[in-house]
Write a protein that binds this ligand. Structure first.
Ligand code: ZN
Length: 190
């Protein structure tokens, strides 16, 4: 699976939209990415997660963990492919925490999986949970790195796709200058 085959899957499933978008930040962009759109299709989830599982197959891993909600499907599938345990951290008030009886034991080797990373905030939080349990972070596997490789988790990390987030203030937006209207993603069929 090369980059263009992967991009095709994201475009076919409308996970990756090209156009003129008004982002929630108020900025404009020519691309919009919603990973859940591709993960609607289990066969695509398997295809993409195989790339992550293949990368980490010779690493020392006991458990795969993901931040809820976006990462759960990814971590579950990577854990299934590697035949490891899977748990997730979820937000209670402000912080990500382990609930539902999930535990990480001292010395456990843990792989962190996430769907999309932009600043990496949730992944850094999960890394802290693992370290505070006295366990070791084996690595981080991501479907899409929207920081284009700028976020460094300080452990072996890989992403199936790296993308640059290009966005503009409305007054500097080249698509606005061309006169096309900016649309909110999901507000109409593109
Ligand atoms: Zn614009």
């Amino acid at each position: 699976m090369n980059n263009s085959e992967l991009l095709n899957i994201f475009e076919e499933t409308e996970a990756l939209l090209n156009g003129h978008f008004l982002l929630t930040s108020g900025r404009h962009s020519s691309q919009y990415f919603q990973c859940a759109k591709v993960l609607q299709y289990p066969q695509h989830t398997t295809t993409i997660c195989k790339i992550i599982a293949e990368y980490f197959k010779d690493f020392d891993i006991d458990t795969v963990i993901s931040p809820a909600i976006g990462g759960i499907v990814v971590g579950q599938e990577v854990a299934r492919l590697l035949n490891k345990k899977f748990i997730f951290a979820e937000r209670a008030d402000k912080d990500l925490v382990l609930r539902r009886g999930f535990e990480i034991k001292e010395g456990e080797k843990v792989l962190v999986c996430e769907d999309v990373v932009t600043t990496g905030g949730s992944v850094f939080e999960v890394i802290d949970i693992v370290k505070n349990s006295g366990a070791d972070v084996t690595g981080v596997g991501i479907i899409v790195d929207r920081s284009n490789g700028k976020v460094d988790f300080g452990v072996p990390q890989m992403s199936t796709l790296k993308m640059e987030v290009v966005s503009y203030l409305s007054e500097e937006c080249p698509m606005c200058k061309e006169g096309t209207p900016a649309v909110k993603p999901g507000s109409r069929k593109i």
